[in-house]
Write a protein that binds this ligand. Sequence first.
Ligand code: NAD
Length: 330
Amino acid sequence: MKLIMFSVREDEKPAVKAWEKRNGAEVITVTDPLTLETVDLVEGYSGVCLQQRIDVTDEEIYRKLESFGIKQIALRTAGYDIINLNLAKKYHLKVTNVPAYSPTSVAELVVMQALRLIRNNPIVEDQMNNGDFRWGGMIAKEINTLTVGIIGAGKIGGTAARLFNALGANVIAYDPIVREELKEILTYEQDQQSVLEKADIVSLHVPLNESTTQLIDAEALTQMKSDAYLINAARGPIVDIKALIKALKEKKIAGAALDTLPNEQHFFNFNFKNQSLPDRDLEALMSMNNVLITPHIGFYTTVAVQNMVDISLGSALEILQTEESKNEVY
Ligand code: NAD
């Protein structure tokens, strides 16, 4: 059994090697993504594994995969929007994803950023870096005195809720799906507005779709308390970023931590040292001392990377051996 894996990063290679050993299969890794230029590399392999930003849109790619005898595409991600599912179906390619690689990975980043915000960490670091060790403006709040509002209490939101509850915070949530198992650690609110009005820290964990695009818009931001913080480690377009920048400038809310931004594919995971930033909104946010930006690294832990490799390659093997996988997306 020989599989080909595209867009492989150095940090994935040890997990790939370990998987090969455990499963007695051969995995060839390439650094390029799957495109019309690279699709011929697949000839001679039995399975394909992908993780890439570039959409696989060209019908010729799907046609060639089928002609090489390929039966599946295993994605190393939860999202599968890079694949044209109609074309995948047309060319008899089963598509699998990794529905959950480590909710804890994102939830821990969120908790860290919440604590950094309430301890005024950006201001403290700014002052310290300038040799100013005075305490003025550094007095902090304690998490056990605050209400954390989770919007979207699914896999990641539910995990974050458990961590905040363990730290003694009062946790409230809005989610149209009420999960009995979360009721002992959080209180469900009737709607989003009620969470926004009550929470000292609002953390977003909804999926990105038509109904959640700009879910947090100018109006939603006015419903938040003026001393509350917003955390977005879900997807950039869920927040109206211009409205957020305005609210921060006008001190309508106290601060924000953002692991995802609109148009992030143009700047996250790139190096702009000694260059100007390519995005005005990013530049504005980076200049604020009550805003924490991370370059979409919520998922990026050793556990999550290992799970992405293991689960995706496992699904590829399942399809090749049994024609079925529990991780098929259609
Ligand atoms: P999930 O499907 O397990 O949970 C999402 C929850 O949101 C569900 O319970 C759903 O009912 C709820 N929901 C949907 N629309 C809602 C709305 N309008 N208001 C309130 N609740 C709503 O998803 P998940 O795996 O927990 O992922 C959550 C988010 O985290 C997604 O946006 C995902 O893309 C993102 N994510 C980010 C990173 C990162 O590195 N920062 C990594 C993985 C996932």
